[in-house]
Design a protein around this ligand. Structure first.
Ligand code: GAL
Length: 366
Protein backbone atom coordinates (compact mmCIF):
# COMPACT_ATOMS: atom_id res chain seq x y z
CA UNK A 1 0.00 0.00 0.00
CA UNK A 2 1.41 3.36 -1.01
CA UNK A 3 1.17 6.12 1.55
CA UNK A 4 -0.19 9.12 -0.36
CA UNK A 5 1.48 11.46 2.10
CA UNK A 6 5.03 10.18 1.90
CA UNK A 7 5.33 8.94 -1.66
CA UNK A 8 4.13 11.56 -4.08
CA UNK A 9 6.51 11.29 -6.98
CA UNK A 10 10.23 11.06 -7.63
CA UNK A 11 12.43 12.59 -4.96
CA UNK A 12 13.36 15.52 -7.22
CA UNK A 13 9.76 16.45 -7.87
CA UNK A 14 8.99 16.34 -4.17
CA UNK A 15 11.93 18.62 -3.41
CA UNK A 16 10.77 21.12 -6.04
CA UNK A 17 7.19 21.07 -4.80
CA UNK A 18 8.44 21.50 -1.24
CA UNK A 19 10.39 24.59 -2.24
CA UNK A 20 7.51 26.21 -4.10
CA UNK A 21 5.08 25.51 -1.27
CA UNK A 22 7.48 26.88 1.32
CA UNK A 23 7.93 30.14 -0.57
CA UNK A 24 4.17 30.59 -0.83
CA UNK A 25 3.43 29.55 2.76
CA UNK A 26 6.57 30.21 4.79
CA UNK A 27 4.82 29.71 8.12
CA UNK A 28 3.21 26.31 7.49
CA UNK A 29 3.94 23.02 9.23
CA UNK A 30 4.07 20.13 6.77
CA UNK A 31 3.79 16.91 8.76
CA UNK A 32 5.72 14.02 7.26
CA UNK A 33 7.59 16.04 4.64
CA UNK A 34 11.30 16.81 4.72
CA UNK A 35 11.79 19.85 6.94
CA UNK A 36 14.85 21.84 6.05
CA UNK A 37 16.68 24.17 8.39
CA UNK A 38 17.53 27.72 7.32
CA UNK A 39 20.67 26.38 5.57
CA UNK A 40 18.52 24.07 3.44
CA UNK A 41 19.66 20.95 5.29
CA UNK A 42 17.10 18.45 6.60
CA UNK A 43 16.52 18.94 10.33
CA UNK A 44 18.16 16.15 12.30
CA UNK A 45 16.50 16.08 15.74
CA UNK A 46 14.54 12.87 16.21
CA UNK A 47 12.73 11.74 19.35
CA UNK A 48 13.09 15.33 20.44
CA UNK A 49 11.63 17.91 22.72
CA UNK A 50 11.24 21.68 22.74
CA UNK A 51 11.72 24.46 25.22
CA UNK A 52 11.36 28.21 25.11
CA UNK A 53 14.24 30.35 26.28
CA UNK A 54 15.12 34.04 25.89
CA UNK A 55 12.60 34.67 23.15
CA UNK A 56 13.43 31.64 21.04
CA UNK A 57 12.23 28.08 20.72
CA UNK A 58 14.86 25.40 21.13
CA UNK A 59 14.56 21.92 19.65
CA UNK A 60 16.85 19.11 20.81
CA UNK A 61 16.75 15.65 19.29
CA UNK A 62 18.71 12.60 18.26
CA UNK A 63 21.17 13.22 15.45
CA UNK A 64 20.74 10.20 13.19
CA UNK A 65 22.93 9.20 10.27
CA UNK A 66 22.25 7.33 7.03
CA UNK A 67 21.46 3.64 6.88
CA UNK A 68 20.43 1.21 9.56
CA UNK A 69 23.54 1.93 11.62
CA UNK A 70 22.29 5.50 11.90
CA UNK A 71 19.99 4.45 14.71
CA UNK A 72 22.99 4.27 17.00
CA UNK A 73 24.51 7.49 18.34
CA UNK A 74 27.45 8.38 16.11
CA UNK A 75 27.18 12.13 16.65
CA UNK A 76 24.99 13.05 19.65
CA UNK A 77 22.11 15.39 20.32
CA UNK A 78 21.49 18.14 17.77
CA UNK A 79 19.93 21.51 18.60
CA UNK A 80 18.04 24.07 16.54
CA UNK A 81 16.41 27.37 17.42
CA UNK A 82 13.54 29.34 15.96
CA UNK A 83 11.30 32.31 16.63
CA UNK A 84 8.26 30.90 14.78
CA UNK A 85 8.53 27.10 15.17
CA UNK A 86 8.74 26.71 11.38
CA UNK A 87 12.07 28.25 10.36
CA UNK A 88 14.85 26.53 12.31
CA UNK A 89 18.44 27.67 12.63
CA UNK A 90 21.07 24.97 13.09
CA UNK A 91 22.67 25.49 16.52
CA UNK A 92 25.01 22.53 16.20
CA UNK A 93 25.61 19.43 18.28
CA UNK A 94 24.55 20.19 21.87
CA UNK A 95 25.79 16.93 23.39
CA UNK A 96 28.53 15.02 21.59
CA UNK A 97 29.09 11.32 21.96
CA UNK A 98 32.48 10.55 23.47
CA UNK A 99 35.63 9.29 21.76
CA UNK A 100 36.58 7.54 25.00
CA UNK A 101 35.63 3.85 24.66
CA UNK A 102 35.10 3.69 28.43
CA UNK A 103 32.55 6.49 28.49
CA UNK A 104 28.91 5.35 28.82
CA UNK A 105 28.13 7.69 25.91
CA UNK A 106 30.92 6.43 23.68
CA UNK A 107 30.26 6.66 19.93
CA UNK A 108 28.02 3.77 18.89
CA UNK A 109 25.94 3.71 22.05
CA UNK A 110 22.18 4.23 21.69
CA UNK A 111 21.09 7.64 22.92
CA UNK A 112 17.39 8.32 22.46
CA UNK A 113 14.58 10.76 23.23
CA UNK A 114 16.68 13.58 24.78
CA UNK A 115 14.64 16.17 26.69
CA UNK A 116 16.07 19.45 27.90
CA UNK A 117 14.61 21.58 30.70
CA UNK A 118 15.82 24.84 32.21
CA UNK A 119 16.21 24.87 35.96
CA UNK A 120 15.78 28.48 37.14
CA UNK A 121 17.17 27.67 40.61
CA UNK A 122 20.54 26.57 39.24
CA UNK A 123 20.29 28.54 35.96
CA UNK A 124 21.29 25.34 34.22
CA UNK A 125 19.94 23.45 31.22
CA UNK A 126 19.47 19.82 32.17
CA UNK A 127 19.24 17.12 29.50
CA UNK A 128 17.89 13.65 30.24
CA UNK A 129 17.99 10.83 27.72
CA UNK A 130 17.54 7.10 27.31
CA UNK A 131 20.95 5.44 27.14
CA UNK A 132 21.90 1.97 25.94
CA UNK A 133 25.54 0.98 26.30
CA UNK A 134 27.45 0.24 23.12
CA UNK A 135 27.17 -3.33 21.93
CA UNK A 136 24.55 -4.29 24.52
CA UNK A 137 21.40 -3.88 22.41
CA UNK A 138 18.60 -2.52 24.56
CA UNK A 139 19.70 -4.42 27.67
CA UNK A 140 21.19 -1.63 29.78
CA UNK A 141 17.97 0.45 29.95
CA UNK A 142 19.58 3.45 31.64
CA UNK A 143 18.79 7.13 32.05
CA UNK A 144 21.56 9.60 31.29
CA UNK A 145 21.90 13.22 32.33
CA UNK A 146 23.99 16.13 31.07
CA UNK A 147 24.11 19.85 31.88
CA UNK A 148 24.95 23.09 30.12
CA UNK A 149 24.67 26.80 30.76
CA UNK A 150 23.30 27.51 27.28
CA UNK A 151 20.61 25.61 25.39
CA UNK A 152 22.93 24.94 22.45
CA UNK A 153 25.47 23.44 24.84
CA UNK A 154 28.07 22.12 24.94
CA UNK A 155 26.35 19.79 27.42
CA UNK A 156 28.60 18.05 29.91
CA UNK A 157 27.73 14.41 30.55
CA UNK A 158 27.26 13.79 34.28
CA UNK A 159 26.23 10.17 34.69
CA UNK A 160 23.91 7.39 33.60
CA UNK A 161 22.30 4.51 35.37
CA UNK A 162 19.13 2.76 36.32
CA UNK A 163 16.63 4.55 38.52
CA UNK A 164 16.30 4.56 42.31
CA UNK A 165 18.24 1.40 43.31
CA UNK A 166 17.11 -0.04 46.64
CA UNK A 167 13.93 2.04 46.77
CA UNK A 168 10.37 0.80 46.26
CA UNK A 169 7.78 2.88 44.40
CA UNK A 170 5.49 4.74 46.79
CA UNK A 171 2.44 2.94 45.43
CA UNK A 172 3.90 -0.58 45.18
CA UNK A 173 1.65 -3.24 46.68
CA UNK A 174 2.95 -6.34 48.50
CA UNK A 175 2.22 -8.32 45.31
CA UNK A 176 4.28 -5.87 43.25
CA UNK A 177 7.20 -6.37 45.63
CA UNK A 178 6.94 -10.15 45.76
CA UNK A 179 9.97 -12.12 44.58
CA UNK A 180 9.69 -12.93 40.90
CA UNK A 181 8.28 -9.62 39.70
CA UNK A 182 10.40 -7.46 37.40
CA UNK A 183 10.10 -4.67 39.95
CA UNK A 184 11.60 -6.87 42.67
CA UNK A 185 14.27 -8.25 40.32
CA UNK A 186 15.46 -4.71 39.58
CA UNK A 187 15.08 -3.38 43.13
CA UNK A 188 18.74 -3.84 44.11
CA UNK A 189 20.29 -2.42 40.92
CA UNK A 190 17.66 0.14 40.03
CA UNK A 191 14.67 0.21 37.73
CA UNK A 192 14.94 -0.01 33.94
CA UNK A 193 14.47 3.26 32.07
CA UNK A 194 13.83 3.24 28.32
CA UNK A 195 11.48 5.57 26.35
CA UNK A 196 11.23 8.71 28.44
CA UNK A 197 10.31 12.30 28.87
CA UNK A 198 10.79 15.00 31.48
CA UNK A 199 7.79 17.03 32.58
CA UNK A 200 8.05 20.21 34.63
CA UNK A 201 5.07 21.03 36.85
CA UNK A 202 5.59 24.30 38.72
CA UNK A 203 9.01 23.95 40.29
CA UNK A 204 9.01 20.16 40.31
CA UNK A 205 10.40 18.06 37.47
CA UNK A 206 9.36 14.48 36.81
CA UNK A 207 11.09 11.77 34.81
CA UNK A 208 8.56 9.48 33.11
CA UNK A 209 9.97 6.33 31.54
CA UNK A 210 9.07 2.89 30.26
CA UNK A 211 10.24 0.43 32.91
CA UNK A 212 9.87 -3.15 34.06
CA UNK A 213 10.68 -4.57 30.57
CA UNK A 214 8.43 -1.87 29.08
CA UNK A 215 5.36 -3.28 30.81
CA UNK A 216 4.83 -0.37 33.18
CA UNK A 217 5.60 3.32 33.17
CA UNK A 218 7.30 4.79 36.19
CA UNK A 219 7.09 8.43 37.22
CA UNK A 220 10.04 9.56 39.31
CA UNK A 221 10.52 12.94 40.96
CA UNK A 222 13.81 14.75 40.39
CA UNK A 223 15.80 16.39 43.20
CA UNK A 224 15.73 20.23 43.21
CA UNK A 225 18.69 20.58 40.81
CA UNK A 226 16.92 18.13 38.45
CA UNK A 227 20.09 16.12 37.77
CA UNK A 228 19.16 13.23 40.11
CA UNK A 229 16.13 11.31 41.27
CA UNK A 230 15.05 12.17 44.80
CA UNK A 231 13.82 8.66 45.64
CA UNK A 232 10.10 9.26 45.31
CA UNK A 233 8.48 7.41 42.41
CA UNK A 234 5.34 5.58 41.42
CA UNK A 235 4.28 2.90 38.95
CA UNK A 236 1.74 4.11 36.41
CA UNK A 237 -0.61 2.09 34.22
CA UNK A 238 0.85 -1.23 35.41
CA UNK A 239 1.13 -3.79 32.59
CA UNK A 240 -0.27 -1.21 30.18
CA UNK A 241 2.62 -1.67 27.74
CA UNK A 242 3.07 2.06 27.13
CA UNK A 243 6.04 3.90 25.72
CA UNK A 244 6.79 7.21 23.97
CA UNK A 245 5.21 9.21 26.84
CA UNK A 246 4.47 12.91 26.22
CA UNK A 247 2.78 14.88 29.00
CA UNK A 248 0.99 18.18 29.21
CA UNK A 249 -1.22 20.02 31.67
CA UNK A 250 -4.51 21.48 30.46
CA UNK A 251 -7.82 22.49 32.01
CA UNK A 252 -6.40 21.79 35.47
CA UNK A 253 -5.56 18.18 34.68
CA UNK A 254 -2.65 16.15 33.36
CA UNK A 255 -2.70 14.44 29.99
CA UNK A 256 -0.32 11.95 28.48
CA UNK A 257 0.01 10.71 24.91
CA UNK A 258 1.76 7.38 24.55
CA UNK A 259 2.11 4.45 22.18
CA UNK A 260 2.07 0.69 22.35
CA UNK A 261 5.17 -1.46 22.04
CA UNK A 262 5.98 -2.25 18.43
CA UNK A 263 9.51 -0.86 18.15
CA UNK A 264 9.98 1.38 15.11
CA UNK A 265 6.68 0.25 13.57
CA UNK A 266 3.80 2.58 14.39
CA UNK A 267 0.78 1.47 16.37
CA UNK A 268 -2.46 3.01 17.65
CA UNK A 269 -1.77 5.99 19.90
CA UNK A 270 -3.22 6.33 23.37
CA UNK A 271 -4.15 9.25 25.55
CA UNK A 272 -4.58 9.25 29.32
CA UNK A 273 -5.78 11.76 31.92
CA UNK A 274 -5.05 12.19 35.64
CA UNK A 275 -5.72 14.71 38.39
CA UNK A 276 -2.11 14.45 39.59
CA UNK A 277 1.12 13.76 37.70
CA UNK A 278 1.53 10.64 39.78
CA UNK A 279 -1.89 9.36 38.73
CA UNK A 280 -3.96 7.33 38.86
CA UNK A 281 -4.09 7.64 35.06
CA UNK A 282 -7.27 6.80 33.18
CA UNK A 283 -7.47 5.89 29.49
CA UNK A 284 -9.30 8.17 27.09
CA UNK A 285 -8.70 5.74 24.23
CA UNK A 286 -7.11 6.46 20.88
CA UNK A 287 -6.81 10.22 20.26
CA UNK A 288 -6.63 9.88 16.48
CA UNK A 289 -9.63 11.00 14.46
CA UNK A 290 -9.40 9.98 10.82
CA UNK A 291 -9.15 6.94 8.60
CA UNK A 292 -8.69 3.40 9.85
CA UNK A 293 -5.06 3.62 8.72
CA UNK A 294 -4.59 6.89 10.62
CA UNK A 295 -6.01 5.33 13.79
CA UNK A 296 -4.01 2.12 13.44
CA UNK A 297 -0.70 3.93 12.93
CA UNK A 298 -1.14 7.35 14.58
CA UNK A 299 -0.54 8.87 11.13
CA UNK A 300 2.52 6.61 10.77
CA UNK A 301 4.16 8.17 13.79
CA UNK A 302 5.00 7.79 17.47
CA UNK A 303 4.66 10.53 20.08
CA UNK A 304 7.70 12.32 21.47
CA UNK A 305 6.57 15.62 23.02
CA UNK A 306 3.69 18.03 23.54
CA UNK A 307 4.49 21.71 23.26
CA UNK A 308 2.35 24.21 25.20
CA UNK A 309 2.08 27.52 23.32
CA UNK A 310 2.08 30.82 25.20
CA UNK A 311 -1.51 32.05 25.74
CA UNK A 312 -2.70 34.34 22.93
CA UNK A 313 -4.55 36.55 25.41
CA UNK A 314 -5.57 36.20 29.08
CA UNK A 315 -8.30 33.61 29.48
CA UNK A 316 -7.85 32.16 25.98
CA UNK A 317 -7.97 28.38 25.58
CA UNK A 318 -4.43 27.02 25.91
CA UNK A 319 -3.02 25.53 22.72
CA UNK A 320 -0.75 22.52 22.40
CA UNK A 321 1.18 20.93 19.56
CA UNK A 322 1.47 17.16 19.40
CA UNK A 323 4.93 16.16 18.17
CA UNK A 324 5.80 12.73 16.87
CA UNK A 325 8.36 10.85 14.82
CA UNK A 326 7.81 8.93 11.63
CA UNK A 327 10.75 6.57 11.98
CA UNK A 328 12.71 5.25 8.99
CA UNK A 329 14.77 2.50 10.67
CA UNK A 330 16.34 1.35 7.39
CA UNK A 331 17.68 4.86 6.75
CA UNK A 332 17.51 6.53 10.15
CA UNK A 333 18.42 10.04 8.99
CA UNK A 334 15.30 10.13 6.80
CA UNK A 335 12.91 9.91 9.78
CA UNK A 336 10.24 12.63 9.53
CA UNK A 337 8.42 14.87 11.97
CA UNK A 338 4.67 14.84 12.44
CA UNK A 339 3.43 17.89 14.34
CA UNK A 340 -0.30 18.44 14.68
CA UNK A 341 -2.52 20.78 16.69
CA UNK A 342 -4.15 19.20 19.75
CA UNK A 343 -7.90 19.69 19.42
CA UNK A 344 -10.53 18.95 22.05
CA UNK A 345 -13.71 16.91 22.09
CA UNK A 346 -14.95 18.13 25.46
CA UNK A 347 -12.29 16.95 27.89
CA UNK A 348 -10.60 14.59 25.41
CA UNK A 349 -7.60 15.73 23.38
CA UNK A 350 -7.84 14.55 19.78
CA UNK A 351 -5.66 14.69 16.67
CA UNK A 352 -6.56 15.11 13.02
CA UNK A 353 -4.28 14.92 10.01
CA UNK A 354 -3.34 18.16 8.22
CA UNK A 355 -1.18 18.29 5.10
CA UNK A 356 -0.38 21.91 5.89
CA UNK A 357 -1.27 24.05 8.84
CA UNK A 358 -0.16 27.19 10.61
CA UNK A 359 -0.36 28.59 14.13
CA UNK A 360 -3.02 30.95 12.76
CA UNK A 361 -5.30 28.31 11.20
CA UNK A 362 -4.43 25.13 13.10
CA UNK A 363 -7.18 25.54 15.66
CA UNK A 364 -9.68 27.41 13.50
CA UNK A 365 -12.48 24.88 13.14
CA UNK A 366 -12.35 21.36 11.83
C1 GAL B 1 10.63 2.31 19.93
C2 GAL B 1 11.04 3.48 20.80
C3 GAL B 1 12.15 4.20 20.10
C4 GAL B 1 13.27 3.20 19.88
C5 GAL B 1 12.76 1.99 19.12
C6 GAL B 1 13.82 0.93 18.94
O1 GAL B 1 9.61 1.58 20.52
O2 GAL B 1 9.96 4.32 21.01
O3 GAL B 1 12.56 5.30 20.87
O4 GAL B 1 13.76 2.77 21.12
O5 GAL B 1 11.68 1.42 19.77
O6 GAL B 1 13.28 -0.24 18.38
Amino acid sequence: MIDRRSVLAGAGAVALMGKAARAAEPDAFRPGEVWNDTNGVAINAHGGGLLRHAGRWWWHGEHKTAGEGGNTALVGVHSYSSTDLVNWRDEGVALSVSDDPDSPITRGCILERPKVVYNPRTRTFVMWFHLELRGKGYGAAQAGVAVADRPQGPFRFLRAGRVNPGIWPANATPEDKAPGTTLARDFPGGQMARDMTVFVDGDTAWHIYASEENATLQIARLAPDWTRHDGYYVRALPDGGNEAPALFKAKGRYYMFASGLTGWRPNPGRVYVADKVTGPWRSLGNPVRGSEEDRKTTFHSQSTFVLPLPPQRPGAEPRFIFMADRWRPENAIDGRYVWLPVEWEGETPVLRWRDRWTLANGWAGK
